[in-house]
Ligand binder design. Structure first.
Ligand code: OGA
Ligand code: MN
Length: 290
């Protein structure tokens, strides 16, 4: 189809030339998008008027299996009746703004910590696709950090230390850091998952740190020592030179690679302005659809 990619940052992230993803079904174009993901790790598609089912169908065509075991589903049922469609909004089931002390709002505030999606599951999330429906008139941006460039920028001795290490990721941990409280039944369902601290892209071989605020400890290390290492790596990975900031327009679809990037939502006055986006995340299962 001959897509072109316009770089948005010196290291990663690109805006893709005009295309209507609702109608993209041929493998050649889907492969071109995947190649773009391998290179840029964050792709911005403008003017994508997805209905919910069209967004779900595109994600399935592009990458196969959808993530449904969200942390939020443990707290309350999706207002869309489909756990594959994650509600990234500050709205309640009636479409009104969530009250400041609403538990769903408190939980959602965790998205303002640097993270990767579904790293607390096994398999974790691979591609996240976030579609913007309503954006505030003030900045309510999302930032992305390039974890491949962050890996490359480590000292050689640190890279050696990381060889073979694994971290435990838990969404309960990242929320508890913010003071959010879970019931024992909820905690039982949010046990988390263990993943390597360094991962490589299966096609390019490019290595990246695999980090998130969900990472609570390094397996087989004393907890404080592991937390210190994780904190040092996080501080390094979010240095300004590794970060791209996306200002949303209605109709944007942004796809990011959760193995190559971290992201966070920036704060805005969510008691005043509506912000409504929907996310579909695919699972990092080795075989891609044919
Ligand atoms: C997400 C997420 C941040 C934001 O959709 O996974 O973390 O800015 N979003 O809404
Ligand atoms: Mn997220």
């Amino acid at each position: 189809m001959g897509l072109t990619f316009r770089k948005l940052h010196p290291l990663f992230a690109a805006e893709v030339s005009a295309i209507d993803l609702r109608h993209v079904a041929d493998r050649a174009t889907l492969d071109e998008i995947r190649a773009g993901m391998d290179e840029y790790a964050v792709l911005v598609f403008r003017d994508q008027p997805f209905a919910d089912d069209e967004q779900l169908q595109f994600a399935t065509r592009f990458d196969g299996n959808l993530h449904t075991k969200t942390g939020a589903s443990v707290l309350s049922k999706s207002r869309f009746g489909n756990e594959a469609l994650t509600d990234i909004s500050n709205l309640d089931e009636g479409g009104g703004l969530l009250k400041t002390d609403d538990r769903r709002r408190m939980y959602g505030l965790g998205n303002r910590l640097w993270h990767t999606d579904a790293s607390f599951q096994d398999p974790p999330g691979r591609y996240s696709m976030l579609s913007a429906k309503v954006v505030p008139p003030v900045a309510a941006d999302t930032e992305f950090a390039d974890l491949r460039a962050a890996y490359d920028g480590l000292e050689a001795a640190t890279r050696e230390t990381l060889e073979g290490l694994h971290a435990h990721h838990s969404i309960a941990y990242s929320r508890q850091v913010l003071g959010f409280e879970f019931s024992p039944q909820e905690l039982e369902q949010l046990k988390g998952a263990v993943h390597p601290l360094v991962r490589s892209n299966p096609r390019s071989g490019r290595r990246s740190l695999y980090l998130a605020s969900h990472a609570s400890r390094i397996i087989d290390w004393p907890v404080p020592e592991g937390r210190l290492l994780l904190r040092e790596l996080m501080d390094h990975a979010i240095l300004p030179q590794f970060v791209y900031r996306h200002s949303w327009r209605v109709g944007d679809l942004v796809i990011w690679d959760n193995l190559a990037t971290m992201h966070r939502g920036r704060s805005f006055d969510d008691a005043k302005y509506r912000r409504e986006l929907r996310r579909v995340t695919t699972l990092d299962i080795a075989a891609s659809p044919a």
